[in-house]
Write a protein that binds this ligand. Structure first.
Ligand code: SF4
Ligand code: SF4
Ligand code: FES
Length: 235
């Protein structure tokens, strides 16, 4: 099987034996047998650590959970700093977690039931693989944008009964946050852990409204002259 890897914007083609099943195994085969200089990340090799994300044929995937097929084209994630070949920086993760304070800010001392934890189960499963950031068109043009996994984490903490300070989480996502998303759904499509950041963002918008916030773009929208909001008050 042929595998093309984009390194430094140049294509390099490798021949891989049919006995190799996953993309990560193929990368390991190349490193051991064909080109020792190839760099890529790996950790758990079972879809848990989030370190092996890359792009295969224009879609973000985990290389350890992706079956190899002929003529695949592999490249590093987008919208993140490339360190070498398929290795990308994880610095933005820590930076964003600090910036958006996506941790418990004030303990409520509430009793937590199983049903309470179920409500935030899916968001808690994020493995910080950065696939959603790579797929996000808004993050591609505005690196200040909080982005999908941070907004899903915020949703998680706002809905965590242990958190007593929901308002500060909501305050922090008003600028470059919840209203900047185009709701394209790319992040939801690529997430290997089946999170749905697009839906979380929609729910966060509703919660923001309950705290008195509104879409700042709304005032800039043109409806064809003056302050016409598109309805006829006589009806
Ligand atoms: S939300 Fe999904 S795609 Fe985004 S970092 Fe978390 S696990 Fe990866
Ligand atoms: S739905 Fe929003 S956060 Fe997700 S990829 Fe599209 S613009 Fe980015
Ligand atoms: S090596 Fe850990 S998720 Fe792929």
């Amino acid at each position: 099987m042929k595998l093309t890897i984009i390194r430094d914007d140049k294509e390099q083609i490798f021949e891989i034996p049919d006995s190799v099943y996953t993309l990560l195994e193929a990368l390991r085969y190349i490193k051991t047998n064909l080109d020792r200089t190839l760099s890529f990340n790996q950790g758990c090799r079972s879809g848990v650590c989030g370190s092996c994300a890359c792009i295969v044929d224009d879609k973000e995937v985990l290389s350890c959970k992706t079956f190899l097929s002929d003529n695949q084209v592999i490249r590093p994630l987008k919208n993140v700093q490339i360190i070498k070949d398929l290795v990308v920086s994880k610095e933005k993760i820590d930076e964003n977690i600090k910036k958006y304070k996506s941790v418990i800010l004030e303990n409520s001392n509430a009793n937590i039931s199983k049903d309470d934890t179920k409500k935030i189960d899916i968001q808690s499963n994020c493995i910080l693989c950065q696939s959603c950031y790579s797929s996000c068109p808004v993050f591609g043009v505005n690196e200040q944008f909080a982005g999908p996994y941070i907004l899903s984490r915020v949703y998680r903490y706002v809905n965590d009964k242990k958190e007593a300070n929901q308002k500060e989480h909501i305050d922090l996502i008003q600028k470059d946050g919840v209203w900047d998303c185009t709701l394209c759904g790319n992040c939801t499509m690529v997430c290997p852990e089946h999170l749905d950041p697009k839906n979380d963002i929609q729910l966060l918008r509703n919660m923001s409204a309950t705290y008195g916030y509104m879409d700042p773009n709304f005032g800039n929208m043109s409806f064809g002259g003056g302050m016409d909001f598109g309805f006829n008050p006589n009806f």
